[in-house]
Design a protein around this ligand. Structure first.
Ligand SMILES: C[S@@+](CC[C@H](N)C(=O)[O-])C[C@H]1O[C@@H](n2cnc3c(N)ncnc32)[C@H](O)[C@@H]1O
Length: 261
């Protein structure tokens, strides 16, 4: 596996947890950007990160040499993004814009991007179908869509393993996949739901990966104290991510697709 985490390079002291959260997606995303750059014969792509927050992905993408626009409604996140981009020496390639995925074209150009990231956002928006449509409309023909959203099965499994059996059943049967009033996540997705949204928006699904299949279930002490455990877990996550049988129990689902020409 190449660089397993966009958070490497001294940007954060909590590398172990961050790399477990980002490694699988980063691997898939960085390969997709490389392929797109080769296809359009350029070293610097135009990338849009909708709901990009503080730049967990935007800053490492800029470090690859690409120009990244981050649209996010949170001024605090955009402030942190600006500081992080400056610290990483990529301030000239990262442009933070306050905005919303529902009003995306008030702030960015339609059809202006080689790749669009929408990571950890669909769970929180009012209309996920419109959110995906807008993300896709921001793409140039054959551009790459990288979509990451909360998985239903992972939440059910986590509640059950924590002994919250009624909440686990509630999540399983709830139309939004929520385990109760106290659930901080407004909506979760199955692979079928997510790929249908993407397909209807005009994107061919290239790959689906299950993210954090084990990481959220393993006691932290096992990862932090056993020599080599983090690397072994990262390799296990990478192997399981590819297997459809593990998608239904992943904490997050990643869909990579290409806009139909
Ligand atoms: C869980 S964070 C994910 C941040 C980043 N994409 C990542 O993967 O690290 C969710 C982000 O979505 C943003 N967000 C929430 N509602 C949004 C909306 N309607 N349109 C765009 N972004 C939104 C939040 O401000 C926050 O920065």
């Amino acid at each position: 596996m190449s660089d397993p985490s966009p958070a490497v390079g001294g940007e954060t002291p909590s590398r172990p947890r961050n790399s477990l959260r980002t490694a699988v997606v980063w691997e898939v995303l960085s390969r997709a950007l490389e392929a797109r750059a080769a296809a359009v014969a350029t070293a610097a792509l135009d990338v849009l990160d909708t709901g990009g927050g503080t730049g967990n992905f935007a800053v490492p993408v800029a470090r690859l040499g690409h120009r990244v626009t981050v649209v996010d409604p949170s001024p605090n996140a955009l402030f942190a993004l600006e500081r992080r981009a400056a610290e990483a020496g990529v301030a000239d390639r990262v442009n933070g814009v306050q905005g919303d995925i529902h009003g995306l074209f008030d702030v960015v150009e339609r059809g202006g991007y080689d790749a669009v990231l929408c990571h950890g956002v669909l769970e929180y928006v009012d209309d996920p179908a419109e959110g995906v449509r807008n993300a896709v409309e921001a793409l140039r023909p054959s551009g790459a869509l990288s979509l990451l959203a909360a998985g239903l099965g992972g939440a059910v499994l986590a509640r059950a393993l924590a002994g919250h059996f009624t909440e686990a059943r509630q999540a399983l049967t709830d139309v939004a996949g929520r385990w109760g009033e106290g659930d901080p996540v407004p909506r979760r997705f199955t692979v079928e739901l997510l790929t249908e949204l993407v397909d209807k928006a005009g994107v061919d699904v290239g790959a689906v990966h299950g993210v954090r299949v084990f990481s959220d279930l393993v006691p932290g002490v096992l990862v932090d104290t056993q020599p080599g455990a983090l690397d072994a877990l990262l390799r296990l996550e990478a192997a399981a991510a590819e297997q459809p049988s593990f998608h239904s129990v992943a904490s997050q689902l990643h869909v990579l697709g290409q806009k139909r020409a």
